[in-house]
Design a binder for this molecule. Structure first.
Ligand code: ATP
Ligand code: MG
Length: 454
């Protein structure tokens, strides 16, 4: 994919050193120190990841870069302009896609684009070619009449991107563009961003997803307003080499083994991964305690390549210990059967449209089960039926032995649900996944076994 000349017409970065220079920036909201002494440089022709957990200060920094917020201390330039003093120039030089969908859901794709152009002082009629190119670039051409509110998550992000690119910026700031976007659309977004950086644009992509961070050429890693790392993600991962291990085929005991591993002084972090347990050692620690644990559990211990996630958690001071305050407070769940949730031929039709089509699966006691699928696959509809929030058109569903069609109240009382709001789920940590093309069950697998169907 190539960005058209009209989109990337600005010879971004020619002869300039850094697209963004951040010097000693502080930002406070009352007592909250959102950014603390931040200094960094962001370069043209490069995709820079702004990475950090919730509340790290990513959005605050993005808003300072676009001149929407004024820092309490420090100095920032973007494309050579002072973000506080040269607000108008910053507005022209930067394109910003905010974290929440900032467009009008009750206007069509085209109406949103026209409105956005007008707000930027552009004459939409005179820019028909640019519109056509943006629609072509984002592959939104066939959907110009569709209401923005009716677009899938990925299409909404592409519309946001089209609007952010409208003024042909030198610097593109994307705040968590990958949230709520399925892997196929996310791939599309990556390709577009790649095309833009190839043309010389500086692109900043903020994220709390570490797989996204790993794909950036360079990352700024923030935590609680402080910059912890600045450089290529592989450089950070390399610092952890030799400290990542896997206890293989632990099976049903994996929860207990993980707890014991996390309580070892030599262990920095651990996580259940399929049937095994992945463990990261603290800096300078040896693997003896871990070896003793694997001998005791009679499972194999293997050294595995470090991952960016290992390095990230380690940099944040390691993961939580083996004891969970929440688990200690919650009474143990008594189940009469080994099957916690089951559904057979579960189907939901909305008029002509079948959202969930004859879906069957079982979730065992103690299992983390992933529902994986692209936007529109039927994940939320299946969830709503399993939670008793939506009546199935056909099929059966049981939660802890209660029939959801007859004993909805009893089944609901045994369920804790967490509805999707801002985050979608990556399934690499699930012990098993159900994977689907829109409205059908295609296959079941353990994670890592395959890729999404295209
Ligand atoms: N307008 C505001 N008023 C008060 N506190 C704020 C405001 N905006 C941000 N904060 C606080 O500043 C800190 C950084 O928030 P920010 O939104 O920048 O984090 P983030 O990294 O973007 O997080 P997320 O991943 O959740 O979007 C948080 O503690 C947040 O509660
Ligand atoms: Mg944010």
């Amino acid at each position: 994919m190539q960005a058209s000349p009209a989109i990337a017409a600005v010879p971004a970065g020619a002869g300039e050193d850094a697209a963004i220079v951040i010097e000693d920036v502080d930002k406070h909201f009352g007592d909250v120190k959102a950014l603390r002494g931040l200094s960094a440089r962001i370069h043209y022709g490069r995709l820079t990841g702004l990475v950090g957990p919730d509340g790290a200060g990513k959005t605050t920094l993005m808003r300072i870069l676009t001149g929407l917020l004024v820092p309490n201390a420090g100095h920032v330039t973007l494309a050579g302009y002072d973000v506080v003093k040269d607000n108008d120039a910053i507005h022209v030089a930067s394109g910003y896609m905010p974290q929440r969908f900032g467009l009008y859901e009750d206007l069509s794709v085209m109406e949103n684009m026209r409105l956005y152009a007008q707000l930027r002082g552009m004459d939409a009629d005179r820019n028909a070619d640019l519109f056509a190119e943006l629609l072509d670039f984002t592959r939104l051409g066939p959907f110009t009449k569709r209401l923005a509110g009716k677009l899938s998550g990925g299409m909404k992000q592409k519309l946001g991107l089209a609007c952010a690119l409208m003024a042909r910026p030198k610097v593109l700031l994307l705040d968590e563009p990958g949230v709520g976007v399925d892997p196929v659309s996310r791939q599309d977004l990556w390709r577009m961003v790649q095309a833009l950086t190839d043309e010389g644009m500086a692109v900043v992509w903020s994220t709390a997803y570490l797989d996204e961070a790993e794909r950036c050429e360079s990352v700024l890693l923030l935590n609680q307003g402080k910059l912890l790392f600045d450089g290529p993600p592989q450089e950070l991962t390399a610092q952890l080499e030799g400290r990542s291990f896997r206890l293989e085929d632990v099976g049903a005991e994996r929860r207990a083994v993980l707890t014991q591993a996390l309580d070892l002084p030599s262990v920095s972090d651990g996580v259940i991964q399929g049937a095994g347990v992945r463990v990261v050692l603290r800096e300078g620690a040896q693997a003896e305690q871990l070896q003793a644990l694997s001998d005791q559990a009679r499972v194999e211990l293997a050294q595995v390549p470090a991952r960016f996630e290992d390095a990230f958690i380690d940099l944040l001071g390691g993961g939580p210990g083996g004891t969970s305050t929440l688990a200690e407070r919650l009474p143990p769940v008594e189940l009469g059967s080994d099957i916690a949730v089951s559904c057979r031929n579960l189907t939901k039709r909305f008029g002509e449209f079948t959202a969930t089509d004859k879906v069957s699966f079982e979730v065992q006691k103690g299992e983390i089960f992933g529902l994986l699928g692209p936007n529109g696959a039927g994940k939320s509809t299946t969830f709503k039926m399993l939670c008793g929030l939506m009546k199935p058109t056909a099929g059966e569903a049981h939660v802890v032995g209660h029939d959801l069609r007859r004993a909805t109240g009893a089944a609901k009382s045994r369920l804790g649900t967490w509805r999707r709001s801002f985050r979608s789920t990556a399934c690499s940590r699930c012990s098993r996944t159900w994977n689907s093309r829109p409205a059908s069950t295609d296959w079941k697998a353990t994670p890592g076994a395959s890729a999404l169907p295209r």
